[in-house]
Ligand binder design. Structure first.
Ligand code: UP5
Ligand code: MG
Length: 194
């Protein structure tokens, strides 16, 4: 089971805001294990013989949220597999629906901190369209991107508000700046953990 002494940080924000980019920078400088829920789902989707391939592919294409039990199971397994080596975990792009947040914190581990990357939809869209030239991601097309934005606003923003109101653990960071400017703010926001 999950060791209750580890520290978990949720890294949240809209599609293309720069969650993965900032997590990669943290991992270079500090001993964090970076777990992107989206990456874990894409890996599971591509695993030969996985019973979840189809359902994951459909949700990712539609920009909707994969049933929580699949994602939580993948995250839990990844935490357990790394907790001997790592004490600190960045959980990137999760939780993004209320049931995920409640069940993960009850049954896996509560987060110590949430970093919320915030910027305008236009900036996120520009970043995703640029990335789409090389990413090969099945959801980096205008139609899927619009659906991802929609899910973010309707389903994921309420989770961030809940974490903020109930636990006061949300630090909001303006993500319209350069990668290095944002990173300086990230390090400030995380000073008690890094
Ligand atoms: N870039 C980054 N920062 C920049 C900056 N400051 N200035 C200029 N450019 C910047 O960055 C995106 C692009 O922008 C890159 O090209 C980068 O170089 C540039 P990135 O760091 O990749 O952004 P990120 O926020 O990680 O974007 P991502 O597309 O990964 O976010 P999503 O939240 O949309 O995707 P995720 O992989 O988390 O989820 C995908 C899907 O999986 C979801 O839509 C959903 O269907 C499913 N999912 C679930 O069902 N459940 C979950 O719990 C999680 C995911
Ligand atoms: Mg990402």
């Amino acid at each position: 089971s999950v060791n209750k002494d580890i520290s978990v940080v949720f890294v949240l924000g809209g599609p293309g805001v720069g969650k993965g980019t900032q997590c990669s920078k943290l991992v270079k400088d500090f001993k964090f294990k970076h777990l992107s829920a989206g990456d874990l789902l894409r890996e599971e989707q591509n695993k030969e013989g996985s019973q979840y391939s189809q359902i994951i592919r459909q949700h990712i294409k539609d920009g909707t949220i994969v049933p929580q039990e699949i994602t939580i199971q993948l995250l839990k397994k990844a935490i357990i597999g790394n907790q001997e080596e790592y004490q600190k975990f960045l959980i990137d792009g999760f939780p993004r629906k209320m049931d995920q947040a409640v069940i993960f914190e009850e049954e896996v581990i509560p987060a110590k901190l949430t970093i919320f990357f915030d910027c305008s939809k236009d900036v996120m869209l520009e970043r995703l369209l640029e990335r789409s030239k090389t990413s090969g991601r099945e959801d980096d097309n205008l139609e899927s991107i619009e659906k991802r934005f929609d899910t973010f606003v309707k389903t994921s923003v309420p989770v961030i508000e809940y974490l903020d109101k109930s636990r006061h653990i949300v630090k909001k960071i303006d993500c319209s700046k350069t990668v290095d400017e944002i990173y300086a703010d990230v390090k400030k926001a995380m000073k008690d953990i890094i």
